[in-house]
Design a protein around this ligand. Structure first.
Ligand code: MN
Length: 737
């Protein structure tokens, strides 16, 4: 039996020699010897010696043109995990690079991957990428998995299903993202076979039944295309293939169709030397057959995010049976089949290699990753892709394990407290300590990806979080849950404090308790804020979530309404006593603003946020300069409202002929004609422009500050919408000084 794997290793060496006659195989031989010796006691489930597995993995990597360190690491990938050899010993024998790769694969193996939830699967995929900071580690891991899936028949049914599910959740999406289509398809078909054996066998039988007929059909199409290409003098490789089973199966399910209704069951592939020839072939095929509308895709001009390139088109064949044609160059073909691995070409030709060449090659690899990052913009769910592809660029998240092996994704800098609240608020509220990787750690310990975290909770029912935690935790989830606890647990205190706030506010505004606190007015407020009792309302007032002033103001309005059925302005006049209407209107027309409760005072629109009619506004009683009016979202007023007694209600008077000054800030991609476009737009809307000022930032964005006169909010909104619609504009906002 031993002879067989030795023969396989000889095959591998022959393959590498064929690719490059001068290749140095000494390191690989050393690796084979070590693996053979160390794995010697181990058997695979099939009863074969274990060493056939690493030999197969190394061979598959060689077939993909991976570089020598990857192939050697493939040979050694199970040595650290399964034999007494240590990382240090390996480093001694094989050096840093190979050991780094083997170590990376070993680490991935320790990630527990059985999971039930889709969210978990996504976290696990991210974790894989974040832990394998070298893409070659992922490639080796995928090839390892592929070989294990190929030999899955020796496992029992339970393990088959577990492995297949894990493969479909974690490994095939990774293969897809890395553009490793060939591996992805084979893995998917294998998973399909073990997860849905009936559907699989059924489909295979149906396809086999039609195979002869279809092969004849494909041959006929290929022959006629070949003849036309020969005529045109184009050297091309033609090939026909049935689609892989899993993709047909998915299509039948998602489109609810029978096999006979799937259009692109048959696909032909034309591989040529140049991009120009791709388009020529495309033209020729369209001249021969009628294309199906809406099915032409130019992935050459617009590569897929995983860098896949080809021209796709579906045509009506000779008997009216549709087929799909894929046209690509050899280079595109390689990328289509092995994706990212195509960029680790093993090409140490001629033995010596100057450093310039090596640098160029390295740049090529970086380029690839950069392209992936750039292209993510075009995919439907950019977030997911961006997050997933960060590799060691992961800067904003850590992934840690629960004792059960679930993965929690937390913001970087998170502590065991964040983790506890991510599990459940009950766990967080009761936590008294944490073990990280088995060791007790302080509660402000920063967690790292891969940590196993166990929370120690108090047995006592009286235990709760500490207020200090609010400054320690990183996640907003933990923060809000801690706040929530204080809101709930200190309810009695809060209610008491809330009652005091209300009483103080009543006194300040000069009302008696029984004047304003009436059930008929309170009830609508409770309903609006979804409180079940007046005490609930007092609780949040006491907790500081809603101000007493706000509630009193609402009640005051009700009170005013109740003492008179007439219009508000008249009421205002009435309660203020001595005002006449004429004066008030004259007063309003200066600014178009009514100040409730106060009259005949100096009003000015604040220059920091420049409110316009339609904005939600609030007044602030300044010292000696009357009332200044701010937008409610103005950061300045938010800061000032600490002194709540100075903040008063104001509102727009309705129609007004006034104009208002507004500052707008526009952020855009550097674009020479943008300023012109904006100016034109404003002219079209007949708006008086007061100032415009543009500058380019250091990172090449364009910032445009615009000051403009408008009559109300809706006009402003229209303008903002139009500017937003201009190409290259990233953001339009109102400026607050
Ligand atoms: Mn393995």
């Amino acid at each position: 039996m031993g002879v067989e794997y030795v023969a396989q290793f000889e095959e591998l060496k022959k393959l590498l020699k064929e690719k490059n006659n001068d290749v140095d195989l000494s390191v690989l031989e050393k690796a084979f010897k070590l693996a053979d010796e160390k794995h010697t006691e181990q058997k695979r489930k099939s009863g074969e010696p274990f060493i056939i597995h690493p030999v197969a993995v190394a061979t598959m990597l060689a077939e993909m043109d991976m570089d020598m360190p990857s192939i050697v690491a493939g040979m050694l990938h199970d040595v650290i995990e399964d034999t007494p050899v240590t990382t240090d010993e390996m480093r001694e024998m094989f050096g840093e690079e190979i050991t780094y790769l083997v170590d990376g694969v070993t680490k991935l193996k320790r990630i527990p991957t059985s999971t039930k939830e889709e969210l978990q699967a996504e976290n696990l995929r991210k974790m894989f990428l974040s832990m394998a900071s070298d893409i070659r580690v992922i490639v080796i891991k995928l090839v390892d998995r592929l070989h294990n899936m190929r030999t899955l028949q020796y496992m029992n049914t339970d393990s088959q299903i577990t492995k297949a599910r894990e493969t479909l959740e974690i490994y095939t999406p990774l293969a897809h993202r890395l553009g490793m289509t060939k591996i992805k398809w084979e893995l998917e078909d294998l998973c399909f076979k073990y997860l849905e054996p009936e559907s699989y066998n059924n489909l295979v039988a149906q396809i086999t039944q039609r195979r002869d007929q279809q092969e004849a059909y494909i041959k006929k199409v290929l022959d006629s295309i070949k003849a036309r290409l020969d005529e045109a003098g184009i050297k091309a490789f033609l090939d026909g293939r049935p689609k892989h089973f899993y993709s047909i199966h998915k299509k039948m399910i998602s489109q609810n169709k029978a096999l006979s209704q799937i259009y692109d069951l048959l696909a032909i592939r034309v591989i040529v030397d140049t991009v120009k020839e791709c388009y020529t072939v495309f033209g020729i095929i369209h001249d021969m057959y009628t294309p199906m509308p809406g099915r032409i895709k130019d992935y050459i001009a617009m590569p897929k995010p995983n860098m896949y390139q080809s021209l796709h088109t579906t045509l009506i064949g000779p008997d009216g049976q549709p087929f799909e044609a894929q046209i690509r160059t050899w280079e595109m073909h390689k990328t289509a089949e092995i994706g990212i691995a195509a960029h680790w070409k093993y090409k140490e030709k001629g033995g010596s290699k100057n450093s310039g060449e090596k640098t160029a090659e390295y740049d090529g690899k970086l380029e690839w990753v950069r392209n992936l990052l750039d292209n993510q913009k075009e995919i439907e769910d950019p977030n997911e892709f961006a997050q997933t592809f960060k590799m060691d660029l992961f800067t904003d998240e850590v992934f840690v394990f629960t004792p059960k092996g679930d993965v929690k994704c937390l913001p970087k800098g998170s502590t065991p407290i964040d983790f506890a609240y991510a599990i459940h608020s009950a766990v967080g509220n009761k936590m008294i300590g944490a073990r990280v990787n088995g060791e007790i750690k302080p509660l402000n310990h920063k967690l790292r990806t891969g940590d196993f975290v166990e929370i120690i909770t108090s047995k006592s029912n009286n235990h709760g979080p500490s207020r200090d935690w609010l400054s320690v935790v990183k996640s907003s989830e933990a923060k809000s849950k801690i706040r929530q606890w204080f809101k709930k647990e200190c309810r009695d205190e809060n209610i008491e404090r809330g009652r005091e706030c209300i009483e103080r506010e009543l006194k300040k505004q000069g009302y008696k308790y029984e004047q304003l606190i009436k059930n008929e007015w309170i009830d609508p407020i409770l309903k609006k804020y979804k409180f079940s009792s007046y005490e609930d309302l007092l609780n949040v007032i006491g907790f500081g979530e809603i101000s007493a002033q706000k509630i009193i103001n609402i009640l005051k309005e009700e009170y005013i309404k109740s003492i008179s059925g007439s219009k508000e302005e008249e009421i205002l006049a009435k309660i203020e006593g001595n005002k006449n209407k004429k004066e008030k209107q004259k007063h309003m027309s200066d600014h178009g603003i009514i100040v409730k409760g106060i009259d005949n005072c100096l009003i000015r629109l604040s220059r920091c946020c420049n409110p316009v009619p339609g904005d939600s506004i609030v007044g602030y009683v300044t010292k000696g300069r009357g009332v200044s009016v701010h937008r409610t979202d103005c950061p300045n007023i938010v800061a000032m409202s600490e002194s709540e007694d100075r903040v008063i209600d104001v509102r727009w008077a309705g129609e007004s002929k006034n104009t208002y000054i507004v500052d707008i800030s526009i952020q855009a991609v550097d674009n020479s004609i943008l300023l012109l476009q904006i100016a034109k737009l404003i002219a079209e809307m007949k708006l008086p422009m007061k100032a415009i000022n543009a500058r380019t930032t250091r990172d090449n964005y364009e910032l445009i500050d615009l000051t403009i006169e408008i009559t109300d909010r809706s006009e402003l909104d229209r303008l903002v919408k139009k500017i937003n619609g201009l190409e290259n504009v990233l953001d339009v906002s109102r400026t607050v000084k």
